[in-house]
Design a protein around this ligand. Structure first.
Ligand SMILES: Nc1ncnc2c1ncn2[C@@H]1O[C@H](COP(=O)(O)OP(=O)(O)OP(=O)(O)O)[C@@H](O)[C@H]1O
Length: 234
């Protein structure tokens, strides 16, 4: 259970998040809203990279704001970025090892954890390929695999489908749906792709000008007149 309570973030005079509260019990939840609505700011609040002035984010009893950013990663907060973070000189496997280094996971568990994550996203066969040789899809899958090792509890995915073909998107949908059953993490999916949100998110939250304007079952939220006017433009 993710409980976001009265989270407020200000950048000078801009209120990027205005006392946002929601309780998320669903395994996969969407976060949508027009440009500048505060979506990235909310994910940054999870990670510790936003100047939060008020509120709390409690996950299964742990207030993330009580943990320094690096401790949140260790605790099990994982994040994939819109712009994939791949190092040209590191192999796929080394990217995952680097994540495990940061979590202090022992050697005995490493091999199994890496294989499980790579096989889950379907790139076990390219584990020794260097970052510079990966195609966009392989880069994206490496980025997601990085989120799945070392016991993730919450996975924040920021536009994971950017630049993927329709067939690759289908695979991505299966991956997102499979994360909770396989790894036990709750997923927060930030995306402008309403079809993807509709397909994989049981519930969806909508931000507009830093305020939560809707939250509930995805179909109901997408049919909401206020949401259509603010975001969907029809
Ligand atoms: N580092 C920052 N400094 C100043 N203002 C910021 C900063 N980051 C975000 N903002 C402002 O906060 C508001 C929310 O921005 P945010 O990036 O969270 O929106 P978003 O919903 O993620 O938008 P997009 O869909 O375009 O990525 C915007 O008005 C933005 O200009």
């Amino acid at each position: 259970m993710i409980e976001i309570t009265d989270v407020t973030v200000k950048y000078g005079g801009v209120v990027a998040l205005d006392s946002v509260s929601l309780k998320i019990a669903e395994d996969v939840v969407g976060l949508i809203g027009p440009n500048g609505a505060g979506k990235t700011t909310l994910t940054n609040a999870f990670s510790g990279f936003a100047p939060v002035t008020d509120g709390s984010i409690v996950v299964n009893g742990t207030n993330l704001f009580d943990l320094a950013p690096h401790k949140r990663t260790r605790w099990g907060l994982a994040r994939s970025f819109q712009k994939v973070q791949i190092v040209p000189d590191l192999t796929v496997e080394e990217h995952l090892k680097a994540v495990l280094d940061g979590k202090g996971i022992g050697k005995a568990q490493r091999v199994g954890a890496i294989s499980k994550a790579l096989d889950f996203v379907g790139i076990g066969d390219i584990r020794l390929k260097q970052g510079r040789a990966l195609n966009p899809y392989q880069r994206r899958m490496t980025e997601i695999a990085k989120c799945l090792i070392g016991g993730p509890r919450v996975v924040l995915l920021d536009e994971p489908g950017g630049g993927l073909s329709e067939a690759e998107m289908q695979h991505l949908r299966d991956i997102i749906r499979g994360i909770h059953p396989e790894f036990g993490a709750q997923i927060l999916l930030v995306d402008h792709d309403v079809d993807l949100i509709r397909d994989v998110c049981a519930a969806t939250a909508v931000l507009d000008f830093g305020k939560l304007i809707a939250f509930g079952p995805t179909e109901e939220v997408l049919a909401d007149e206020v949401v259509k006017t603010a975001y969907l433009g029809r």
